[in-house]
Design a protein around this ligand. Structure first.
Ligand code: CMC
Length: 448
């Protein structure tokens, strides 16, 4: 591009921006008859501007009420873009389909955190640092040993990640770039180790230490499944499938756990405590715990013949079709499409998961049924992942853990963006108080 083209493109952008900055919304308050002009930026009004709308000087001013943030932007972000109606997901502008096909999880994590794809030198350096932060302190093993044999691995992961804050006191220095970088290496490096150790603990098997010669997913599979081999080499199809699944789970813009890490991190707590809170948010069955619930649901349905009855129960509001629906995607979740392809690659190797037919029948009926069509309910990322994980030999309780490992890069990217945004402050929503007015304390012997 020559400089004149570039200048005119810049001018055009400036003109467009200035025209946009003049966009306003006029609101008339019918209580007072007064009109207010509110600026519109990026198709959004600032909730704080509503405070000008008052009945009188003593009035606190208008607020907006938006339980569960259905229509409220809580931040400006440059990390992940979703167009829910068009079924688009992009990390830093790159379509998820391209990343799933051409990238690796570690490269994608670098992209999410740094805003750009790494060059060869940067990727080498990044991989080196992550790989050299996979070991955990020996006393963390004792900590893990303290859990009951049937402890859920997500509970173990939440607690152990929180416990890392007691080891790394430098992590409190959240406004130091070097400190944030170090904690990022540690979090992304240690997450698979702690996840794998939790799994081995539940089996009563000895822990397998990280192997620096292996890829990120290859090493994880080694720590999970190695028994007597001197060197464990994962099947390349499974290693690749896991890497693709990690890419697909790396971020999902302002979901429940991203909002959690931003909210908890806004108190300026260390990143281990904030990440533990995000894992806790992910654990819920409406979020990352859904992959576990999908498999339980398919087992409960039991056979293809019983699917119509189950769908009837869903439509009657007795239960949910787990793995369906999404707050933002109102079209086929683009991740679910890629996952379905990965599923067949894994099934070709490991044999078809017997629950697949039931899942396909649920999907077939739901995509044609008015209840789901009207509500724009499509399979989400969790609908097929459980079947893949099960075929790969993971127990159901490990499914949400397999979501948490890659989401760590997205969480840290969201956390760091929040910390460095001068407009962000400690998260503190307003409320509409509808409780009792002042009451006078009644001594216990006078209470009825
Ligand atoms: N099965 C049956 N009905 C559903 C489902 C479902 N899975 N999901 C939503 N609906 C209905 C819901 O009852 C409501 O109906 P009505 O308008 O008659 O009240 C309507 O669809 C809109 O749903 P909503 O609950 O207002 O939607 P939401 O945006 O608040 O919730 C959701 C999104 C993902 C929590 C929800 O769809 C759900 O519970 N799905 C099942 C759990 C699941 O698969 N979660 C994984 C989400 S994707 C991965 C992740 O990021 O965690």
């Amino acid at each position: 591009m020559d400089s004149s083209t570039s200048t005119s493109a810049t001018d055009a952008r400036k003109t467009e921006a200035s025209a946009k900055s003049q966009e306003t919304l006029t609101v008339t308050d019918n209580r007072t008859g007064k009109s207010y002009e509110l600026p519109i930026t990026h198709g959004t009004i600032r909730a704080a501007d509503l405070r000008k709308i008052k009945v009188n000087d003593a009035d606190f001013g208008m607020m907006s009420y938006d339980p569960a943030f259905n229509n409220t932007a809580s931040c400006i972000s440059r990390v992940t873009y979703i167009d829910g109606d068009a079924g688009i997901l992009r990390y830093r502008g790159y379509p998820i389909e391209d990343l799933a096909e051409k990238s690796t999880y570690l490269e994608t994590a670098y992209l999410l955190l740094n805003g750009e794809l790494p060059n060869a030198e940067q990727l080498k350096d990044w991989t080196y640092h992550i790989t050299h932060h996979t070991f955990i302190h020996e006393s963390i093993k004792k900590f893990l040993d303290g859990f009951h044999y049937d402890a859920h691995p997500m509970g173990m992961l939440i607690s152990t990640i929180a416990a890392l804050s007691t080891y790394y006191h430098d992590s409190k220095d959240i406004f130091s770039k070097e400190s944030r970088q170090k904690q990022t290496y540690r979090l992304i490096g240690k997450m698979p180790t702690i996840a794998a150790f939790s799994y081995r603990h539940s089996l009563g098997m000895p822990f397998v230490y990280p192997d620096n010669e292996l890829s990120y997913p290859g090493n994880f599979l080694n720590m999970l499944f190695r028994t007597t081999e001197t060197r464990y080499r994962a099947n390349p199809t499974l290693e690749h499938a896991l890497d693709v699944l990690f890419i697909l789970h790396a971020d999902d813009e302002q979901n429940c756990s991203a909002n959690t890490i931003r909210g908890v991190g806004s108190s300026h707590v260390d990143p281990y405590s904030a990440t533990a809170a995000a894992i806790a948010a992910l654990y819920g069955p409406l979020h990352g715990g859904a992959n576990e619930e999908v498999v339980r649901m398919l087992m409960e349905i039991g056979s293809v013949q019983k699917v119509p009855d189950f769908i009837k129960r869903v439509k009657a509001g007795e239960t949910k079709l787990m793995g369906f629906g999404h707050r933002v995607y109102k079209n086929y979740d683009p991740r679910a499409r890629i996952i379905k392809k990965v599923a067949y690659e894994v099934f070709d190797l490991m044999g078809k998961n017997p629950l697949l037919e039931i899942a396909l029948e649920c999907e077939r009926i739901a995509l044609e049924d008015d209840y789901f069509v009207k509500r724009k309910l499509y399979p989400n990322v969790d609908f097929y992942t459980g079947l893949i994980y099960q075929s790969m030999g993971f127990p159901t309780t490990m499914f949400p853990v397999l979501f948490a490992i890659p989401r760590t890069s997205g969480w840290i990217a969201q956390w760091e963006e929040m910390l460095l945004d001068p407009e962000q402050k400690i998260a503190r929503p307003r409320q509409i108080y509808l409780g009792e007015d002042t009451r006078h304390y009644v001594p216990i012997d006078q209470r009825r």
